[in-house]
Ligand binder design. Sequence first.
Ligand code: KPL
Length: 311
Amino acid sequence: MARIAVIGPGALGCLFAGVLAAAGHDVGLVCRRAELAEQLAWEGVAVEREGVVRRARVWTCLAGQAVAPVEVVLVLVKSFDTESAAHAAAPLLGPDSVVVTLQNGLGNAERLAGVLGTGRVLAGVTSQGATLLSPGHVRHAGFGPSYVTEMEGGDGPRARRLAQLLSAAGLPTESAADLSALVWGKLVTNVAINPLTALTGLRNGQLLDSPHTASLVDELAREAATVAQALGVRLPFDDAAAYARRTAELTRANRSSMLQDVERQRRTEIDAISGVVVELAERLGVPVPANQVVYRLVKGVESRYFGPSAG
Ligand code: KPL
């Protein structure tokens, strides 16, 4: 049994916390709001899978609060909150604790390492899909794989141990050797799926059911892969469009994180997903017309609830 803290009580945070706690680990959720921390400590986390709800007990604490050290801190906040998550992780660490990011977007591991030091950080990606139904209650609606690697490079013993722990709990995970291949591989799928679901209201798999959205999935993924290649990244697949389609299929029933954000009128991760691709493409002189359009459209959707001058 491991003592694990999850920072970020959103859809994926509750999924990982609930599954790990149900597997017998001592799991805590780090919250920003006292009211939510109290509710989750009282009610636990409920994970719904194919109509069956499984509730698991978790402990909670507030960001910044010191508790007995944990072995693993899982960071599952939005990419724009990574730095505050790093500060929230600091008081939870003992001499051998590791901090693991499984977030979307580029640069999260580097931001954590900037506060906590490179030696503490493991980086990873997950294609698990979760929909937050209400605070602490998630639907597990996508069953993609997860990967973890040492930030300093290589498939070290800590990454292997973590992969084993997650896999044994029911979250299939492999350790991997190349951080940039991992994060770019995931970015290519997020670029292809997230903005389109946010703009259309479709679930991930439904994007493949219309030839119009399916061909856009392909275009967005291929453009992002071209940027990765121009940067010298060795992507973990040959066919970016096929890889993005496969993730959409594996997470068919899920509402992407970006769709859930626009439905709740929250800030999306569009800057860390399409925004970085557009920016790097401009710098490298690589044309990414489809990504430019969806980037601006999602910004337009955000301006509907944040006002025209936002972001
Ligand atoms: O990462 C995801 C997200 O929604 O952010 C996928 C894998 C696309 C699952 O929905």
